[in-house]
Design a protein around this ligand. Structure first.
Ligand SMILES: *Cc1c(COP(=O)(O)O)cnc(C)c1O
Length: 389
């Protein structure tokens, strides 16, 4: 990012950084370059691209944009969030040890615990709410601390700065999955994180119409390594998918404002509702990490969970009775979603692990969309009433 872009506000970067790629006709949006290969002009002479797995101008536009939003120096856009995580795990070799939270995204847990464990990497899954637990899990073989905050589905926070201090003291790198918050609400580099990954499927694209991922680096060394791995493993996203995310990300700021306005209104409504046992939203003053949320986040985000009275049947009925909250996994799109972690998003965990993480048959997770909060509240109110009767 050049120094001009450095001075721009976040919302302005979303719209402008990387976008201007058409010197032929000056189109205001980035063209899609659906080509596998690029013509050379002579020996050693290209216009910057030779083969789309290695690089493509549409994908490059997105990469420049996302690097600027996180405050990194470079980015690689990948085909999914999982391929971004797969890419950074290739920093490590058999015998290396990685510390991660016990309540990380289920797909990440599966990749670590089955695929990479089988390839000789070692993992410790600890409760990262307390940085002391991370320190206690360090071994001479520890090479990385994996940070995901807030956690899914119960919105527990990890103190990024404190965990990075533990990592720095031990000479260990930190990687943060910033999917849940998006760089609008949380920028892990500002607290000392080395590499940031995203599932762009969620808030960055925001329209539930593409899957994608990204790896953002802060140093030249990491950027070059990530670029090499993404090319060598063939993890990059298609120009079409890059274009969709680039279009979606332009409205990230206003969308996040609407998401968190709605989430706060819904959380406050649920907190007062007689059918609701507990609400998990970092924006509520009684959330156990509310003060930390105010310190490390610039907004409370659009995700919340709650426990409904009456068990699994009632929880199921709330989801199927609601008209505006689609019963579906995933998150971060403009439309509101509701799901049952115990039988849907977190089914890949063992029942014991779900119980240990605090997920019950009463728990419902909500991705609050950008519909009018009053409509969402009225709809949830009706669904709760119908489910109770
Ligand atoms: C969805 C998600 C992923 C995986 O991303 P995909 O695009 O589905 O591959 C990783 N981490 C978090 C926190 C997610 O929510």
């Amino acid at each position: 990012m050049n120094s001009d872009q450095d001075s721009l506000h976040f919302e302005t970067r979303c719209i402008h950084v990387g976008v201007d790629k058409d010197s032929a006709f000056n189109s205001c949006t980035t063209p899609i370059y659906p080509t596998s290969t690029f013509r050379w002009e002579g020996l050693g002479q290209t216009k910057g691209y030779d083969y789309t797995r290695s690089g493509n101008p549409t994908r490059r536009a997105l990469e420049e944009n996302l690097a600027a939003l996180e405050g990194g120096i470079d980015c690689r856009a990948t085909s999914t969030g999982m391929s971004a995580i797969n890419a950074v795990l290739h920093f490590f070799k058999p015998g290396d040890h990685i510390i991660a939270g016990h309540d990380i995204y289920g797909g990440t847990y599966r990749l670590f615990d089955s695929v990479f464990t089988g390839m000789g990497l070692k993992f410790s899954f600890v409760n990262m709410e307390k940085p002391e637990n991370v320190k206690a899990a360090l071994t001479p073989a520890t090479k990385c601390i994996w940070i995901e905050t807030p956690s899914n589905p119960l919105l527990n926070l990890v103190d990024i700065q404190a965990v990075c201090a533990v990592a720095k003291a031990a000479g260990v790198m930190t990687i943060a999955d910033n999917t849940f918050m998006s760089p609008y609400c949380q920028r892990p580099f500002e607290f000392g994180v080395d590499v940031v990954v995203h599932s762009t499927t969620k808030y960055l694209n925001g329209h539930s119409d593409v899957v994608g991922g990204a790896v953002i680096s802060k140093t030249k060394e990491h950027a070059e390594r990530v670029g090499y791995i993404v090319n060598a493993l063939g993890l990059a996203c298609s120009p079409f998918d890059a274009w969709l995310v680039l279009r979606g990300v332009k409205t990230l700021g206003p969308r996040m404002e609407a998401h968190q306005r709605g989430a706060m209104a819904v959380a406050q409504f649920l907190a007062r509702h007689p059918q609701v046992l507990k609400v998990y939203y970092p924006g509520l003053p009684d959330h156990p990490h509310h003060e930390l949320a105010k310190r490390q986040m610039t907004g409370f985000g659009g995700m919340l969970s709650f426990d409904v009275k009456g068990g699994r049947e009632v929880a199921g009925k709330v989801m199927t009775t609601s008209k505006l909250f689609a019963m579906a996994e995933s998150l971060g799109g403009v439309e509101s979603l509701i799901e049952h972690p115990d039988t849907m998003s977190h089914l890949s965990m063992t029942p014991e692990a779900r119980k240990a993480a605090g997920i019950t048959e009463n728990t419902l997770r909500v991705s609050v969309g950008i519909e009018h909060p009053d409509d969402l509240i009225a709809d949830l109110g009706k669904a709760l009433k119908a489910a109770a009767s």
